[in-house]
Design a protein around this ligand. Structure first.
Ligand SMILES: *[C@@H]1O[C@H](CO)[C@@H](O)[C@H](O)[C@H]1NC(C)=O
Ligand SMILES: *[C@@H]1O[C@H](CO)[C@@H](O)[C@H](O)[C@H]1NC(C)=O
Length: 441
């Protein structure tokens, strides 16, 4: 899938701040696709203008310049002008601040046909999908074109060349947001054994009380898809009725929050590695149905330990030291080694001399790995600090385990000296005896 990184800028209208996004209209292109054996998509540059998206209280007056449509309307321009009459888009101000934070915005528009509608009937519908790179908010908007029932003037309106839809006097395609499915946390990390709330919600213009709201959550992972929850809920005078299907223990969504607050969030309890994946929240209400994606990443930091508690060189033999990383997720882990002798100012990297074991996968999906190092006494005098440094996604900072090379045990030294002395005494006495015998002869 292509994603187009777009540039976002903003202008401030008198009633509120306008947000202007560069988008692509995605259209299924005929012709060329046939040869390739699949549908080809055309991307047509377009603009999405949110009028008065957020109030401009506190904004500096010099900045208050409303969005200016082109001076002469052009049939080739594709400007979707959005009015938000009754829908409050949650966290919409994030779009306004994205510019200041230099966040990129991905914006794509495509044609949409509501349930039961004719393909070319009016009003026309579009899906606008807007995502802030790096998280924040993700929106799937259903846009419905606005048309004047009675033509006030005799002149025919300008028709947009690509869509063949009438443009407003200022050359924009006037639309209103009639349905939106959003996530304020489109990507989330959670540890094994923990619980998580996957954020998803919807808003609808003119929702009919008592109307069914259908919510479906699916997980998609490594090419496999599975429905894990399905709710059909409706508000009656006394309570909220629901038909519920759940295919994972510890999974829930609240039917009353769904119909009363438009809250479609999913709770997953006691997470396992296999819960990781792309979750698709699909909300259907009345003639509209659309979806939002939430990524769940499972993480588990490694437990890190050295194979030895102490390191003493008794003789000139090298010694082996291992650094074990236990039960972490995901797979990528980095192990580095350093040594710093008392005489050295900076630690020296030993990573090149180390060797890695292969990854071991446990039945719960976590991994373990060890890194081995051979240390020589000449290079590592007593007092040398050996560090194993591990970095992993689930560790907030680099994690160090260290060990200091000890002096050989003084007791051992004492007995070694005694032994050496004893040997010397025996040897010398032999020599003297030999010498004495020689003298006698
Ligand atoms: C409908 O009419 C009003 C008033 O003349 C005008 O301001 C508006 O742009 C028109 N809308 C469209 C979609 O042409
Ligand atoms: C849904 O409800 C939960 C629990 O009250 C809350 O934490 C979450 O922010 C709500 N999400 C939406 C989209 O309203």
């Amino acid at each position: 899938m292509f994603t187009i990184l777009v540039f976002l800028w903003m202008v401030y209208g008198l009633e509120g701040a306008d947000v202007v996004l560069s988008c692509s209209l995605i259209e299924e292109g005929g012709g060329m696709g046939g040869m390739m054996g699949g549908a080809m998509f055309k991307r047509i540059p377009s603009t999405l203008v949110f009028k008065d998206l957020v109030g401009n209280d506190g904004l500096s007056p010099e900045l208050v310049t409303p969005y200016n449509p082109p001076e002469t309307p052009n049939a080739d321009d594709l400007i979707f002008e959005l009015t938000l009459p009754s829908i409050q888009i949650p966290n919409a101000d994030l779009l306004l601040h994205a510019d200041c934070n230099e966040q990129e915005v991905v914006c794509e528009i495509s044609r949409y046909v509501p349930r039961g509608a004719e393909l070319d009937s009016l009003p026309a519908h579009f899906i606008g999908s807007v995502q802030l790179e790096g998280g924040g908010i993700s929106l799937t908007l259903v846009l419905q074109t606005l048309h004047n029932e009675t033509t006030q003037s005799d002149t025919q309106p300008l028709m947009q060349s690509n869509l063949n839809l009438p443009l407003s006097q200022s050359g924009t395609l006037l639309t209103e947001v009639v349905f939106v499915v959003f996530s304020r946390v489109p990507s989330i990390m959670a540890p094994i054994g923990g619980d998580v709330l996957l954020d998803c919600g919807f808003r609808q213009k003119n929702s009919i009380p008592g109307q069914d709201v259908a919510l479906e959550w699916r997980i998609q992972h490594r090419g496999n898809g599975r429905k894990i929850l399905d709710i059909k809920a409706r508000e009656t005078e006394t309570d909220v009725g629901q038909d519920l299907f759940v295919d994972r223990e510890g999974t829930s969504a609240e039917a009353d929050l769904l119909v009363r607050d438009g809250n479609a969030s999913l709770t997953l309890k006691r997470l396992k590695v296999i819960d990781e994946g792309t979750y698709i929240c699909t909300v259907g209400s009345g003639e509209f149905q659309t979806q939002q994606i939430v990524q769940l990443h499972i993480t588990q930091p490694p437990r890190i330990a050295l194979s030895e508690e102490k390191l003493v060189f008794q003789d000139s033999k090298p010694q082996k030291l291992s650094c074990h990383c236990h039960r972490y997720y995901p797979l990528d882990v980095q192990v580095e080694w350093f040594s710093q002798a008392p005489s050295e100012e900076e630690p020296v990297s030993l990573s090149e001399e180390s060797s890695l074991s292969s990854h071991q996968q446990h039945s719960d999906g976590t991994f373990s790995l060890s890194s081995h190092l051979t240390l020589r006494p000449d290079k590592n005098p007593p007092g040398t600090v050996i560090t194993c440094r591990v970095s992993h996604l689930a560790l907030e900072t680099l994690s160090d385990v260290t060990l200091t090379v000890d002096k050989p045990d003084p007791n051992t030294v004492f007995w070694t000296v005694v032994l050496m002395l004893a040997i010397s005494v025996v040897f010398l006495s032999q020599v003297f005896r030999g010498a004495g015998a020689g003298a006698e002869n």
